[in-house]
Design a protein around this ligand. Structure first.
Ligand SMILES: [Fe+2]
Length: 507
């Protein structure tokens, strides 16, 4: 009865011209743009702009997009139409071309007479010289672990040019499985994401977060996925958190990747294209990696047969060759590797537990060794790893090791590369240990006979770092928030490190 009445009202609404006032009210209550706007993958002459239309009716014609030099759109430069489709979940993605390097632009969308919020974006400069490039580096924003306050603080910083997101943009878990109940935040759908519909719904939920929306609207993103965009500890042919009763891994993987490519402002149209690089003249090259679906073999423990085998890979032969060729031939002063899992690694004293290092580069010693030898033998200078996944802040010098995981050289000696791990935005780290336990663990980490290559460790804070790069230096400044369990939070500037371009020394 109720259903047929609803049907009648709906069809009546379609057939009858609505009074002007009612139409406006309907428009407001519909809020076509409830997932905000976003931009990404800026080059010198183009940038991706994104939105998603949410409505009961998708037949109002195309979405109109506009790009302007000013936020009032009096200096409109580009515009066009975009045809909505259920095939990509009514997301809108336009690669706006013909732009100027190092310029700020504003963009918005219109649908059925309603306007989206205005987004700001920025193209890459064609060179740096003395000008700084400021990049906020983030990862691991688990909804059920709390509020994304750091995203709001980044959005408020005028000097930041772009955001580098290193993965775990969503988490696949069902509600209550992984998170902090004290946050009061509940995953949608309630169950673990397995199907295309599930992953789409999870992205849609995360994109209602006001701080995430604010940041997407304020800055362009470069993004890579880690495991939780698929499932925990994903590798090419499976994942620790994929069980046979959840169907085919390949089908699930394709669904996860499809939803990612629909919902995020990346240029890639296929999983293969997510491995890419961005170049700023002879100043820097940024390599964006995939360490999950490009040929990662299954994780093994150090005690298992074949652990050191040359048939084991974390990035796959093709991606290795791409990275090696690019590093060899790069003319750029800085070679920055945007990387999911920790490369340099660290060790712990007897009696302490090392986290699941078999999912890190340490779990793939043959391929890790190949990269270390490449840097060493070909004297590839000024390589810095920007790393996510770990939820904790570490600054590590990469030296060749004579024995696996036996770190002997200090960070005071010029390393082959530096590695900066960004803390999680919210995801669990040692934040739930007692302050005494944290103190004991951190003191152990800093012991010179265990981790002489460790310049900094903070295992309990949430936040991000800002990498400030020019031709003379790469400076990394950590920023920590004091609360993720509500939107009431303050942030503080924590440790700052500067790598000198000429000496590669840290200070
Ligand atoms: Fe994570």
């Amino acid at each position: 009865m109720l259903t047929s009445r609803r049907k009648f009202l709906l069809s009546a609404a379609v057939l009858m011209p609505l009074p002007r006032l009612l139409s406006a009210t309907a428009l407001l209550s519909e809020n076509y743009f409830r997932h905000g706007v976003a931009s990404g993958d800026p080059l010198q002459d183009r940038v991706i702009i994104w939105t998603r239309i949410t409505t009961q009716r998708y037949n109002y014609g195309p979405v109109i997009w506009e790009l302007s030099a000013d936020p009032d759109f009096s200096k409109r430069i580009k515009q066009g139409n975009y045809q909505l489709s259920a095939d990509n979940d009514y997301t809108v993605k336009v690669d706006v071309e013909g732009l100027q390097p190092g310029h700020t632009y504003y963009y918005r969308f219109q649908y059925n007479g309603a306007s989206s919020p205005v987004g700001a974006t920025r193209t890459l400069p064609d060179h740096l010289d003395d000008r700084d490039l400021n990049m906020a580096v983030v990862s691991c924003n688990n909804w059920e672990d709390g509020y994304f306050n750091s995203f709001r603080f980044i959005a408020q910083k005028k000097e930041i040019d772009l955001v580098l997101h290193l993965g775990d943009y969503i988490y696949e878990y069902r509600t209550g499985e992984y998170g902090n109940k004290a946050s009061g935040r509940i995953h949608a759908p309630l169950h673990e994401t397995v199907t295309l519909q599930d992953y789409r719904q999870r992205y849609a939920q995360y994109r209602t977060d006001p701080d995430l929306q604010l940041l997407h609207a304020a800055k362009p993103f470069y993004m890579i996925w880690d495991d939780h965009e698929l499932a925990n500890d994903a590798y090419n042919d499976g994942a620790k958190n994929h069980q046979p009763n959840e169907g085919s891994w390949d089908v699930r993987k394709q669904a996860a990747i499809q939803a990612y490519l629909e919902w995020l402002p990346v240029r890639a149209k296929t999983a293969g294209e997510i491995v890419r690089k961005f170049t700023i003249g002879n100043d820097l090259e940024l390599f964006l990696m995939d360490e999950r679906t490009h040929g990662r073999t299954k994780q093994l423990d150090i005690t298992e047969a074949g652990f050191e085998g040359s048939d084991r890979s974390i990035i796959g032969a093709g991606q290795y060759q791409w990275l090696a060729d690019n590093l060899r031939n790069s003319k750029a002063r800085w070679k920055l590797i945007a990387n999911q899992v920790m490369f340099a690694g660290y060790n712990v004293a007897p009696g302490f537990k090392l986290p699941k290092y078999n999912d890190w580069w340490l779990g793939y010693p043959y391929e890790r060794g190949k990269i270390i030898r490449l840097l060493e033998e070909e004297k590839i200078a000024n390589v810095i790893f920007f790393t996510g996944d770990h939820h904790e802040s570490f600054v590590l010098a990469l030296h060749p090791e004579k024995e696996f995981m036996q770190y002997k050289k200090g960070f005071e000696e010029k390393p082959l590369a530096w590695e900066f791990l960004t803390p999680s935005i919210t995801s669990k780290n040692a934040d739930r240990l007692s302050s005494e336990e944290i103190k004991v663990f951190e003191a152990m980490l800093y012991k010179k006979d265990i981790n002489p290559h460790l310049a900094f460790a903070d295992i309990k804070s949430h936040g991000y770092y800002i990498a400030t790069i020019n031709k003379n230096k790469c400076q990394v400044g950590y920023h920590f928030v004091d609360n993720v369990l509500s939107r009431e939070a303050r942030e503080r500037a924590a440790a700052t490190f500067t790598i000198d371009a000429a000496t590669f020394a840290i200070s």
